[in-house]
Write a new protein. Structure first.
Length: 535
C-alpha cells in the first residue's frame, strides 16, 4: 500500500474541502484532496443543490474567493453558452431565474469552475486530487493523527496518506470516529444547551432529512414515464409521522409552511414572472430550484427549462445514515432513492393538475446527464447535518437566534474567522420533528468552534464544526461552509509558518490578531457592517 505525504490532507472534496485546499495552497502548502465520488464540489455538484445564500450576497456576506466563484460561474455561461442579449448584459445573471437563489446553475458548470480555480495549484502539483476514495481507517500518535487509509470504491485499492494537518471535510464527519476525536451527533437536550428550540430529551439519532436530488425537463406531448418503483404504493400513501402533524400524504401538492407549519398548496407550474410566482407562499415548484431558464439563452439552445427536485416531497427522514449499522445505512439510502423515484413517478402519472380532472405530467423527463448518473439521482445525498466536533467553543441559539437576542444582534466573537447568515432552518428529522425554521441574526464564525478539545492536528471544514443540532441549521449552507473551509486552510498555513498549534492561535491574543490579519488580507470578512450593539 502506497503512503503519500503532504503538508495538509483534506479528506472530503465538497464545498469546504475545495475552499480549504485553495487557501492552503495559496499559503504555499502541499495539499492532498480526496473525494468519495468522482466529482468535487459537494452541495454544488455531486449533491446538485444550487447555492442557498444570504440576501446581501452580491455586495457582502461571503469571502472574496466565494464571490470569485460566483462571478466565474456567470462568466463561464457567457463565455461558453449562447446566452440571450439581455442575459449577456445582466450584471447579476441568474441562469435559472429561480426563486431560491440569485445564482441557480447546473452542477457541471460548478464542477468546471472549481477545477478552473484549482488549476494553478493542481497542474503545478501543489494540490493532488484523489477521486472515488473514502477513509476507512486512521492511525493515531497520541493526540495527533499520523495517517489515514483510503479505499477506492470501484476496485478497493487502498492508499495511506499522511500529513502535518488533517482536515475532515467529509459530508458526515467520517474522520471523527476513525480518529477517536470527541464529537456530538443528533439533537441535544434543552437542559444541556439552554436553547429555546432544542428538544426536551437528547437523541443522538435525531437528525435532519437527507434528499436524493434529481433533475427534470418537460416536453409536453411526449411520454417519459419511468418504470413504476417497487415500493411506489408505500410512498404514495405515506403520511409523515412528525410533530406537529404533517398536512396529509407526503406525495401531494400540500405541505407545511416551514416557518409557521400552516398548510399550503403548491403547483408544479405557475405564471412566469408575475408577483404570485415571486411569492414563496404561491411560487411554482418548477421555478423554485430551476437551474436553466430557456429564455435566458438563444432560441433552440434548450428544448425546455431544467429544474432540480429538492422539495419537501422527497426529503427522507425515516432513518439516519450515520451512527447505525452499515446494513441500516444501506437500507435507508436505498429507501431515499426509492422515495425520489416514487415522487417522479407520481408527478408523471398521478399528480393532479390545478384545473380539471387531468392527472400526471408524462412529459417530465429525468435528466441523468445533468447529475452524471445512470439512475438520474444525484451522485450523493444532500446532507444537512453531520457529526460535529466537541469544540473549544460551541455556538448555540443564544448566540445567534433572533428570539433569544432581544438586543437585535448576534453575539460578537472576538475570535471571528468569517461571517454568514441564514435562518435556523431544520428540515423534518429522523426523530419525528416537523420543520424548525426560525429567524437567526447575521452571525460570525468563531475560531473556537473549529478547534477540537483534544486532537491537535485535525480540523473540521464542513458542517462538522462546534454548533448544536439547532445552530447547525444556519451554519450549514454553501457560503458559510466555504468560509469555514477557507479559514481552516489559512489556519494550517499560519500554524506551519509560525510553528504553533490551532489551539495556541485561539488562546494567544498576538497569534489571533496576526491570523485575523491574514484572513482579512485573504479576502475574508470578519464582521458584518453595523454588527455592533447599535447596528
Amino acid at each position: 500500500m502506497n503512503e503519500l505525504k503532504a503538508d495538509v490532507v483534506v479528506i472530503g472534496g465538497g464545498v469546504g474541502g475545495v475552499a480549504c485546499a485553495l487557501a492552503a495552497a495559496e499559503m504555499g502548502l502541499s495539499v492532498i484532496l480526496t473525494e468519495e465520488t468522482d466529482w468535487i464540489g459537494g452541495q454544488l455538484t455531486s449533491q446538485a443543490v444550487p447555492p442557498d445564500e444570504n440576501r446581501w450576497i452580491e455586495s457582502f456576506g461571503c469571502t472574496a474567493r466565494y464571490r470569485d466563484f460566483r462571478e466565474r460561474v456567470r462568466a463561464y455561461y457567457k463565455r461558453n453558452y449562447p446566452v440571450s442579449a439581455v442575459a449577456a448584459r445582466d450584471r447579476y445573471f441568474n441562469p435559472g431565474t429561480a426563486t431560491v437563489s440569485r445564482l441557480c446553475h447546473e452542477p457541471r458548470v460548478a464542477l468546471q469552475v472549481l477545477y478552473e480555480m484549482l488549476a494553478p495549484f493542481y497542474h503545478s502539483g501543489r494540490v493532488r486530487i484523489f477521486l472515488n476514495y473514502r477513509p476507512t481507517m486512521a492511525e493515531m500518535d497520541g493526540d495527533k493523527v499520523r495517517c489515514v487509509t483510503l479505499e477506492r470504491s470501484y476496485d478497493r485499492k487502498r492508499i495511506a496518506v499522511s500529513g502535518r494537518f488533517f482536515v475532515d471535510a467529509t459530508e458526515i464527519g467520517d474522520l471523527l470516529p476513525l480518529t477517536h476525536t470527541e464529537y456530538v451527533v443528533g439533537a441535544e437536550a434543552q437542559a444541556n444547551t439552554g436553547e429555546l428550540h432544542a428538544a426536551p430529551i437528547a437523541d443522538r439519532l435525531n437528525m435532519q432529512a437527507i434528499t436524493m436530488v434529481f433533475a427534470l425537463d418537460y416536453l409536453p406531448g411526449e411520454d417519459h414515464v419511468i418504470d413504476r418503483p417497487n415500493r411506489y404504493a408505500f410512498w404514495r400513501d405515506y403520511i409523515p409521522e412528525v410533530t406537529p402533524p404533517w398536512t396529509g400524504p407526503l406525495l401531494s401538492w400540500d405541505h407545511p409552511v416551514p416557518t409557521t407549519l400552516a398548510p399550503r398548496t403548491r403547483v408544479l407550474f405557475g405564471p412566469r414572472d408575475t408577483p404570485n410566482d415571486e411569492d414563496p407562499a404561491h411560487a411554482s415548484l418548477w421555478r423554485y430550484r430551476r437551474i436553466a431558464d430557456r429564455h435566458n439563452f438563444m432560441e433552440g439552445t434548450y428544448s425546455s427549462d431544467i429544474t432540480v427536485v429538492n422539495w419537501p416531497q422527497n426529503d427522507y427522514f425515516l432513518g439516519p445514515i450515520m451512527e447505525v449499522p452499515e446494513e441500516q445505512v444501506a437500507k435507508n439510502l436505498q429507501e431515499a432513492r426509492e422515495l425520489s423515484h416514487s415522487l417522479l413517478y407520481w408527478l408523471q402519472t398521478e399528480a393532479p393538475h390545478p384545473e380539471g380532472d387531468a392527472r400526471g405530467y408524462p412529459g417530465l423527463r429525468l435528466r441523468q446527464d445533468v447529475v452524471g448518473t445512470d439512475d438520474g439521482l444525484a451522485k450523493y445525498p444532500y446532507i444537512r447535518e453531520s457529526r460535529r466536533i466537541a469544540a473549544r467553543f460551541t455556538v448555540t441559539e443564544a448566540h445567534v437566534g433572533r428570539a433569544m437576542r432581544p438586543e437585535g444582534t448576534a453575539a460578537l466573537f472576538p475570535d471571528s474567522v468569517g461571517i454568514g447568515h441564514y435562518n435556523i432552518d431544520l428540515h423534518p428529522s429522523t426523530g419525528g420533528d416537523n420543520y424548525i425554521d426560525v429567524p437567526s441574526l447575521p452571525f460570525q464564525i468563531p475560531l473556537g468552534s473549529l478547534i477540537p478539545i483534544r486532537v491537535s492536528n485535525l480540523l473540521p471544514a464542513a458542517k462538522n464544526i462546534g454548533t448544536t443540532h439547532i445552530t447547525n441549521g444556519c451554519y450549514r449552507l454553501h457560503p458559510v461552509e466555504w468560509n469555514i473551509g477557507e479559514a481552516v486552510g489559512f489556519l494550517t498555513g499560519y500554524c506551519l509558518h509560525h510553528g504553533c498549534s490551532p489551539a495556541e492561535v485561539w488562546e494567544q491574543p498576538t497569534h489571533l490578531h496576526q491570523f485575523q490579519q491574514v484572513l482579512e488580507k485573504g479576502g475574508i470578512e470578519l464582521a458584518w457592517p453595523n454588527i455592533g450593539p447599535k447596528g
